[in-house]
Design a protein around this ligand. Sequence first.
Ligand code: ZN
Length: 338
Amino acid sequence: MKKVFIYFWVFLLVFFLLPAMLTKKDVEAKVPENNANENTEQTENINNNTYDYKNYGTIKLLHTSTGEVEELPLDTYLCNVVSSEMPVDFEMEALKAQAVVARTYTIYKIQNKKHNNADICDDSSCCQAWISKEDRLARWDEDKRESNWAKIEQSVNETKGKIITYEGKPINAFFHSNSGGTTELPVNVWGGGTEYPYLQVVETAGEEGYAQYSSEATFTKDELIEKLKTKYEDITIDFNNDEDLKILDYTDSGRVKTVKFGNHELSGTETRSLLGLKSTNFEIIRGDGNIKFAVKGYGHGVGMSQTGADTLAKEGKNYEDIIKHFYVGVEIQDINSL
Ligand SMILES: [Zn+2]
């Protein structure tokens, strides 16, 4: 009788309790598995923060005001660059995109040296803007300094080692403030050929919401002539003749390609530089005795638009999406795999 009881319990155990226990174990097993994933991610983040650069770990920065060359860890340098190139109140994914763009631009400059004794300089019109941490903090409200700097450091640390490549090589990662909705081809800004196939005309919605989107410059007729004479001494414009002051043609991105100023035809970029306009995307409006230039966008318009990056981040795009939107056919690659 006892034996039957034992068989009964063994039967119960094998066919009901054991499978039930195993199933439960399976369910339980999934929990630590998820935790394990989280742990892996955390470990990756920690690894990211202590990324071991095989090359390019330090850079030689030329301070243009003193001529001094300073050797700095790459990512320390990048925190100062990001903090001076992009407003800190932009979205984190936009700041991360800026960090990767700045890192890529720096590596490109190291590989294509402009300065004899340094990798890069601190002048934005020559290489890339850089501001000391002390000066940066001083320009922020005191109660925001710590959190702002932490945000900048996060953008650099969470993208450590990441650069943008095209066909396995670091790209020339141009960027600007506001595209006015459409980016420009480099050939229309600096001339040259088709050496940057990743820099195309791309559109971004929402850039009109930023202060950098629209601006105006108004000149009297005399002021306009005076500005143009700095380059074209013999310039004369018949302001009563509409044909003597007008835009002749546009680039594919809708920016001004050529303007007729009386006896001279100037390119959009030359006009922008002589008149100090914020971009080549402008209209000429004749007023009462004045000539007004109504300008859209800020900067040369090539590559990543910073306000465009911020609008994409607000739509939920991550830094990789943002980068791939502005640079066509590129990859985000680990610098050690170059
Ligand atoms: Zn430079």
